[in-house]
Design a protein around this ligand. Structure first.
Ligand code: ASP
Ligand code: MG
Length: 402
């Protein structure tokens, strides 16, 4: 049985007109003799609307009820798709998470899938019926509805591709594929034809919104080929796959960036064991995600400076936590709320010397000052002033011929 999983995002199913279009795409795969499993998001705007309603009741809306509420958007879209396929004379049936069931842990709002029972869907596939599965939702062992995190209908699709040993998983969206950088920052951004899981993971966790990073990780673990393409126009899209399958690597595959970052510097903290842990402990207890961290080598072995970055929304809370802790001393805290992290990503840099130099040189030619640097095997990130971001992206795009 040749199986394909087709996932449609919110804008792809945003109107009845769009849903009719999507059904034509589904049927084109049926015609090619694929057994098709469809996964759908809610119609665009729907999930946000439902969340807004919960907030009108309470900021602390009961998480288990929140999941019942926000998962309802997908119930509408999967039924509309199945209904349309039926009215075109094809057999189709919608499935909610609990009907399959897709079993998750009980971490409401952000549950992980533990198990998918394939029995019912296998049966209807072999009867020539097209299953249309509501993405983003599951059920716990105790029959409580869960959701899998924002954007997680991708995660549903990739997990189904694994359980059904699908030949591939195609993510239909409103862009042509994964771009070398966000076209809103640089209008000469190009579509990437193939990208490795590792690079895509970096891209999605560093700010590229095309795919949810959990989903990419899931695809990587299972070695599932994922094709990201537009449901609006024809085109080949971007293939996310294993490194071995990629020929002709460029040194750098993509550039990503963040906005709304803050840089916090603590001057004159004691240079002794346990201080860094004491500083970051209250932050971690309050679920504040710390991104880049640098500590200077202290000249006198007594005092040093620690700099780290966080999201702007956490700045106030972080400062309060630091000021109210009596576990460490410092001279002064400096705050800069107008910084951005700019990163270049590419497995090609593992084998190519001089990439760091080229990046720094290209930025210096544009008189862009680098505030913080961090690197991993396949990425180099620098923190710069937010106002320099677009010029920085342009300079790097040109430097590495993307
Ligand atoms: N509808 C959900 C959301 O907006 C899931 C998804 O679109 O992937 O987050
Ligand atoms: Mg999405």
């Amino acid at each position: 049985m040749k199986i394909v999983v087709l996932k449609f995002g919110g804008t792809s199913v945003g109107t009845i007109e769009r849903i009719k279009k999507v059904c034509k795409i589904i049927l084109s795969f049926k015609k090619k003799r694929y057994k098709v499993i469809v996964v759908t998001s809610a119609m665009s705007g729907m999930t946000n609307n439902l969340i807004k309603k919960s907030l009108e009741i309470s900021k602390n809306f009961e998480p288990s009820e929140y999941d019942v509420l926000v998962s309802s958007g997908e119930q509408i879209s999967c039924a509309l798709i199945s209904g349309q396929l039926n009215s075109m004379g094809h057999k189709s049936r919608s499935f909610l998470g609990w009907q399959i069931p897709i079993i998750t842990d009980n971490n409401y709002k952000n549950a992980k899938i533990n198990f998918v029972n394939v029995r019912k869907i296998k049966k209807i596939l072999s009867n020539g019926i097209i299953p249309v599965v509501a993405g983003f939702q599951g059920i716990t062992e105790n029959d409580k509805v869960t959701t899998l995190g924002r954007g997680a209908s991708d995660y549903t699709a990739i997990t189904l591709a694994k359980y059904f040993l699908a030949e591939k998983c195609i993510i239909f969206t409103d862009v042509d594929g994964v771009m070398t950088t966000d076209p809103r920052n640089y209008n000469k951004a190009k579509k990437i034809r193939t990208i490795s899981y590792e690079e895509m993971l970096e891209m999605s966790s560093l700010g590229s919104k095309v795919m949810q990073s959990n989903s990419v990780q899931e695809a990587r673990l299972n070695r599932t080929d994922v094709l990201v393409k537009s449901s609006f126009k024809k085109g080949e899209g971007t293939l996310i796959t294993k490194r071995k399958k990629i020929k002709n690597y460029k040194i750098i595959t993509g550039i990503s960036s963040t906005k709304n970052d803050s840089k916090i510097t603590m001057l004159g903290v004691k240079d002794k064991p346990g201080v860094a842990a004491a500083i970051f402990k209250p932050l971690s207890k309050n679920n504040i995600n710390v991104d880049m961290v640098v500590q200077n080598i202290s000249a006198d072995k007594k005092e040093t400076d620690i700099t780290f970055t966080i999201k702007n929304e956490n700045t106030l809370k972080t400062i309060n936590l630091l000021k109210n802790s009596n576990k460490f001393k410092y001279d002064k805290i400096l705050i800069d709320k107008n910084v951005s992290k700019l990163s270049i990503i590419g497995v090609g840099m593992i084998t190519t010397p001089g990439v760091t130099y080229r990046m720094f040189q290209a930025l210096s030619k544009k008189k862009i000052n680098i505030l913080v640097i961090s690197t991993s095997e396949i990425k180099i990130s620098v923190l710069i002033k937010k106002s320099n971001l677009k010029r920085g992206i342009q300079a790097l795009h040109k430097e590495f011929n993307l």
